[in-house]
Design a protein around this ligand. Structure first.
Ligand SMILES: Nc1ncnc2c1ncn2[C@@H]1O[C@H](COP(=O)(O)OP(=O)(O)OP(=O)(O)O)[C@@H](O)[C@H]1O
Ligand SMILES: [Mg+2]
Length: 254
C-alpha cells in the first residue's frame, strides 16, 4: 500500500486563550513505531485527542489510509482500526481483567447491550474467550484474567488498558504515557510487551512518553512538541541529540 497510514496536516487547537496545538503535522507509516515527547503542557495529549476523535481540531486535516477522519467519532475510528489508551487509567471496580476485555470485544462486535449483558451474567461465547485469551497471552496477563481490576498494581492496570485497546486488533495504536507511575521493572515489562505488539503484529504505534530510555529503545522516529509547536522530528537518536530539544525538554540530565 502506498502513502502513510495516518497523516495529520497543520492541526491546530485552542482552548479559550491557550494555543494547545499550532500547525502540527505528523505522519505514521504502516507498522511504524513513533514517539511524541515534550514538556508538561506541550500539547501531546491534545494531539492524541484530535487524532483519535475525542476533540475536533480547529484547523487542519487528519486522514487514515487516505480517508478523512473529520466527522468520525472515536467508536467509528476504532472500527477502522484506530485504538488508544488514556493518560489517566480508568478501570472498573467489580470487574475482572477478563470482563474488561469482554466489554471491549463486545463494543467492537456490538453484541448485546454491553454493560447490561455483562451484569446480567450473559456468558461469554467460546469465540469471545478465545479472542480475549490471545490478547491476555500477548500482554502477559493470562494468570490474572480472573482477578478483580481493583486488586491490580498500577503496572498491571496499564497492561489491562493496553489489552483493552488491542481487542479491536488495531492497525494504529496511540499510547498516552503507558509507563506513567510504573517502577523500573514494570516499565521494562511494558516496553517488552510493546515491542512484541509492534514486531509480531505489525501494529503501528504512536507513543507519548516521558521515559527517554523507553523512547530510545522503541521508537524509530520521534516528534517533539513544545508550547503546541513541533520543534523537531526525525530519527529518534538524532532528535534526542538535538540541541534545541535538549534545552527545551531534556535538560542536562539525559
Ligand atoms: N480541555 C481543556 N480545556 C482547557 N485547556 C486545556 C484542555 N486540555 C488541555 N488544555 C491545555 O492545553 C495545553 C496542552 O495540554 P496537554 O494536556 O495536551 O499537554 P501534554 O503535553 O499532554 O502535557 P502532560 O505531559 O502534562 O500530559 C495545556 O496548557 C493545558 O492546560
Ligand atoms: Mg498529556
Amino acid at each position: 500500500m502506498s502513502g502513510p497510514l495516518l497523516e495529520a496536516e497543520a492541526v491546530s487547537k485552542r482552548f479559550s486563550g491557550i494555543v494547545a496545538l499550532s500547525d502540527v503535522s505528523l505522519h505514521v507509516a504502516d507498522g511504524e513505531f513513533v514517539a511524541v515527547i515534550g514538556p508538561n503542557g506541550a500539547g501531546k495529549s491534545t494531539l492524541f485527542n484530535c487524532l483519535s476523535g475525542v476533540l475536533r481540531p480547529d484547523r487542519g486535516t487528519v486522514t487514515f489510509r487516505g480517508r478523512s477522519l473529520e466527522r468520525l467519532r472515536p467508536s467509528a475510528r476504532a472500527r477502522l482500526g484506530i485504538a488508544r489508551t488514556f493518560q489517566r487509567i480508568e478501570l472498573f471496580g467489580g470487574m475482572t481483567v477478563l470482563d474488561h476485555l469482554l466489554v471491549a470485544d463486545r463494543a467492537r462486535t456490538r453484541r448485546g447491550g454491553l454493560w447490561s449483558d455483562l451484569f446480567r451474567g450473559s456468558r461469554p461465547t467460546s469465540e469471545e474467550l478465545e479472542r480475549c485469551g490471545i490478547v491476555l497471552e500477548l500482554v502477559g496477563l493470562t494468570e490474572w484474567a480472573d482477578r478483580p481490576a481493583e486488586s491490580l498494581s498500577l503496572g498491571k492496570g496499564r497492561l489491562v488498558e493496553l489489552a483493552r485497546a488491542l481487542m479491536c486488533d488495531p492497525a494504529l495504536l496511540f499510547l498516552d504515557e503507558p509507563s506513567s507511575g510504573l517502577d523500573r521493572h514494570e516499565t521494562a515489562e511494558m516496553s517488552a510487551t510493546l515491542e512484541t505488539v509492534s514486531r509480531q503484529h505489525g501494529t503501528a504505534i504512536v507513543l507519548i512518553e516521558h521515559d527517554v530510555p523507553m523512547v530510545r529503545r522503541l521508537a524509530e522516529r520521534t516528534y517533539v512538541l513544545d508550547y503546541g509547536q513541533l520543534i523537531a522530528d526525525g530519527p529518534t537518536e538524532d532528535v534526542l541529540g538535538d540541541e534545541r530539544v535538549r534545552v527545551a525538554y531534556l535538560g542536562d540530565n539525559s
